[in-house]
Each structure stands twice: as structure tokens, then as C-alpha cells.
Design a protein around this ligand. Structure first.
Ligand code: ATP
Length: 380
């Protein structure tokens, strides 16, 4: 069992021109399944390679179990990495591929065979052991790559987009399998993906990254319920949260021609976090929001599933006016795109009784609204 800590870790390339990671401070607890999530190029892979020892930090320190490891070789860290492309040896059978790390270590053939059998059974590929990788499906190859990582009995698993070559159905199956395996083996795991569903379904905690920096570290549910920045709010959810851009004026938020809502009615007591504190939040640490500090440009956030649409103007509550742009019947729900001022927002409805170009009124409960200040920080 191993815990990992990163303290102010930055990684620059091209003589400082490219900032891949900037001041990452983070702790991965023993046995945790931690997922780095973010758009392409945000620095997820670099962070993983730094933990593996395949890259060395430009600044900062990395610890395994409180022992400093930056500067040390990957082999001294006892990590196993699984990549998107599996990297199997084509001329070896499945059994030989999986047993290879043990062969390199000089483990005797008998013991090797026993361990290969155990791990192939664990991954349900015991019938495939005589095949070469070319004769396997994508999902089977992925299992072989995982088996080859598991057989080494590493202290840490590092997985870089391991499911992205699989089709949607197989990806979902492997997600469940990976989660089961990680629970069973109880090995500290760091997983990189740009796929939100993957991150949310498997992670104990998600590290949301943007442009080399950490935006938020939180368990999936908390990330959804309390995105700390407007950037995270726009990133999490499918479709993500709507952010109505308005101006705070005399105790209300003004949305121009789309209307206005009372500021006090939408601002709730929220929790506050130290922006640089990335440790898991302790339960019950709440603080009231000082709403008087919210000035000027603000964004009011409401998730598509929390918006209601009416065609006649409601007489009470929070009302924002718009015009229907498109109606997409998606089976499970109807996605209605509404133009509010020059912004396009989404509403998820049980049925689509509105039509294109119709004038509509969006309403929402106070409890479902979020307020972000002009710096994009959650204030209520
Ligand atoms: P993706 O999801 O597309 O793989 P990522 O979030 O994993 O992206 P990284 O691969 O970590 O992002 O890259 C972060 C930034 O660092 C990018 O701008 C990338 O071009 C740059 N970068 C990464 N490795 C190197 C390198 N060896 N030399 C120069 N620049 C690099």
C-alpha cells in the first residue's frame, strides 16, 4: 500500500515555453482510485508520467509514503503503467506476454505459470492464453495489458486512457471490471481520462485539470453538486451547467431583455474552500456566503435538469425569458436549446411541448441555483 503526494510540482518543456503542469499539490491516499480529468492538452499525462518517474519535475517534490522519489528512476518506484495502446509483444502468446515481467525478474517457470493462471482467471481470459495478441479483440487485449500490470504486484497502478480504444459497450463493461479489480486488489490507482463518465463512475476522487493547473479535487457527487469554479461548472454534466451571464445591480441580477432575478432569492449558504487546499473536505465544514461582496458581472448557474419551461409568463419565482432554438427528442428526455440574450442554454424536459422560435420562460428553484463572481469563483 502506498500513498502519493505532490507538492508544488511544475513541469515545463521547450525551455519554459510550454507549461504542462503548474504547481500541482495533491495527495493520493492509500488504496484510493484517483482520476485526472480534463480536456486534451491540460497536462494529465504529464502528471502521470511525473508520478511514474518517466519525467522529472521542473519544480516541486513527489513523495511515495512520505519518502521523496523525484529524481529516482521508474523501476525504483514499483509502479505499473497501462497505456491506451496496450503495448503488447506481438510475437508472444498471451501467457508469455503476461508472464514477461516475472521472466525478466528471474522468477522460476513453475511459479510464473501459477501466477499467470491466477491473474488470467481474475480477468476472465484463461481461455485465451495460447493466442497471440493479433487474434484477440480490443477488450481482450486490454485485459492482457492489465494482467501484465497486475502480475508485477505493483504498489501503484498508473493508467493512461486505457479504455479509449474500446467501443462504448465494452468501455462500460471494462469500467465496471476495473472498479471491481481495484476494489479487490486495493492498490493505489491514478487514472487519466478526458471522458467524464469514466471519471465519475470509477473515481473515489476526481482531479479536474485545466491548462496545467488543478481546478478542483472532489468525490464525483460533490463535483457535480458543488463545482467550485465556473470553469468546472461548464465542464461537468452532460450537457453541463448553464451559466446565465448578468450584472449585479441593487440586490438583483439583471439579464437585460431576458429579465432579472432577486439576488437574495438565489444565493444560498454555501461551503467555501481554500482555493489551494486540495485535501478531501471534511464533512460539515460550511460557512455562510458574504453576498454583499458579489459585485458587477456575475454568472448564475442552473443545470439543464433543474430548469422548467413554460410558454406563459409565471407570476412568481425566478423567471428568465428566451426563445426556443432547437428541440432534440433523445428518448429518455427532450433537450431544448433556448436562446437567452445571445447565449444558448439547455433544458432537459420530460416531454417537448415547445416548438422552434416559441417565446418561453425558464424557471428554477432557489436551491438549484449557483452564483459565480466575475473571477469565476463560486460564491453562493
Ligand atoms: P491528451 O488528453 O491530449 O493526452 P493531456 O492532458 O494528457 O492531453 P499532456 O500530454 O500532459 O496533456 O500535455 C500537456 C502539455 O504539455 C501540452 O501542451 C503538450 O503539448 C505539452 N507536452 C507534453 N509532453 C511534452 C514534451 N515531451 N515536449 C514538449 N511539450 C510537451
Amino acid at each position: 500500500m502506498t500513498s502519493i503526494a505532490m507538492g508544488g510540482v511544475s513541469k515545463y518543456f521547450d525551455a519554459g515555453e510550454t507549461v504542462a503542469n503548474y504547481r500541482l499539490t495533491l495527495e493520493v491516499v492509500d488504496g484510493e482510485f484517483l482520476v485526472f480529468l480534463g480536456p486534451s492538452g491540460c497536462g494529465k499525462t504529464t502528471a502521470l508520467r511525473l508520478i511514474a518517474g518517466l519525467e522529472q519535475p521542473s519544480e516541486g517534490a513527489i513523495y511515495f509514503d512520505n519518502e521523496r522519489v523525484d529524481g529516482r528512476s521508474p523501476s525504483s518506484r514499483n509502479v505499473a503503467m497501462v497505456f491506451q495502446n496496450y503495448a503488447l509483444y506481438p510475437h508472444m502468446t498471451v501467457a508469455e506476454n503476461i508472464g514477461y515481467p516475472l521472466r525478466v525478474r528471474g522468477v522460476p517457470p513453475d511459479e510464473r505459470d501459477r501466477k499467470v493462471e491466477a491473474v488470467t482467471t481474475l480477468l476472465h481470459i484463461e481461455d485465451q492464453v495460447e493466442k497471440k495478441p493479433a487474434a484477440l479483440s480490443g477488450g481482450q487485449r486490454q485485459r492482457v495489458a492489465l494482467a501484465r500490470a497486475i502480475i508485477r504486484e505493483p504498489s501503484v497502478f498508473l493508467l493512461d486512457e486505457p479504455l479509449s480504444n474500446l467501443d462504448a459497450k465494452l468501455r462500460q463493461e471494462m469500467r465496471i471490471e476495473l472498479k471491481r479489480l481495484q476494489n479487490e486488489l486495493d492498490i493505489t490507482t491514478v487514472y487519466v481520462t478526458h471522458n467524464q463518465e469514466e471519471a465519475m463512475s470509477m473515481a473515489d476522487r476526481v482531479v479536474v485539470m485545466n491548462q496545467g493547473t488543478i481546478q478542483q479535487v472532489a468525490p464525483p457527487q460533490e463535483l457535480y453538486e458543488r463545482p467550485r469554479t465556473a470553469w468546472v461548472a461548464r465542464f461537468i454534466g452532460s450537457p453541463p451547467m448553464n451559466l446565465f451571464e448578468g450584472t449585479r445591480q441593487n440586490g438583483s441580477i439583471d439579464f437585460g431583455e431576458a429579465g432579472a432575478v432577486e439576488l437574495d432569492s438565489v444565493v444560498r449558504a454555501g461551503e467555501t474552500d481554500d482555493p489551494v487546499d486540495t485535501t478531501p473536505p471534511e464533512d460539515g465544514t460550511t460557512a455562510s456566503v458574504v453576498t454583499s461582496d458579489v459585485q458587477g458581472e456575475v454568472a448564475l448557474g442552473v443545470r439543464p435538469e433543474d430548469l422548467t419551461i413554460t410558454t406563459s409568463r409565471p407570476t412568481t419565482g425566478n423567471v428568465i425569458e428566451g426563445r426556443v432554438d432547437t428541440v432534440e427528442p433523445l428518448g429518455e428526455y427532450v433537450l431544448v436549446n433556448v436562446t437567452v440574450n445571445d447565449q444558448l442554454v439547455n433544458a432537459k424536459l420530460a416531454d417537448g411541448t415547445v416548438s422552434r422560435d416559441e417565446r418561453v420562460y425558464l424557471t428554477f428553484d432557489n436551491d438549484d441555483a449557483y452564483l459565480y463572481d466575475e473571477n469565476g469563483e463560486l460564491v453562493g
